[in-house]
Ligand binder design. Sequence first.
Ligand code: 5GP
Ligand code: ZN
Length: 113
Amino acid sequence: MPDDCLFCRIVRGEIPAKIVAETEQCIAFRDIDPKAPVHVLVIPREHVDSLDTTNDAMMIGRMALLGAEVARTEGIAESGYRTVINTNAASGQTVFHIHLHVLGGRRMGWPPG
Ligand code: 5GP
Ligand code: ZN
C-alpha cells in the first residue's frame, strides 16, 4: 500500500473519514467537498491507481454493487442517482486511488460537464 496515498491513509485509519459502509474488500465514505446532498466515495481497500490500470472485474463489480447499496441506504435509489469513475487528467481525476462517486439527492444534469 503506498504510504502517501490519501485514500490508502483513510483505509488505514490515519486520516478520519465519515464511513457509511464497509465490506472486506471496500469502504464507502462521505466526500469532504460534496457536490450533491448525497456524495459518497466507494473505494477498494487495495490500492489501484485508476480504471485504466486494472483488469480486476470482481473489484469493479464490488465497488458498483456497494455503491448501489449505499444509494439504497441513503434513500436516493428510487429517485435516482449518478455513479462516476473519473479516469486520468481530462476527466478531473485528482486522487489516484480508484473511487466510484455516488451522487444524488438532486436532479443531475446531462451531459455532465
Ligand atoms: P476525483 O476528482 O479524483 O474524481 O475525486 C476525488 C474526490 O475526493 C473529490 O470529490 C474530493 O472532494 C474528495 N476528497 C479529496 N480529499 C479528501 C479527503 O481527505 N477526505 C474525503 N472524504 N474526501 C476527499
Ligand atoms: Zn491508495
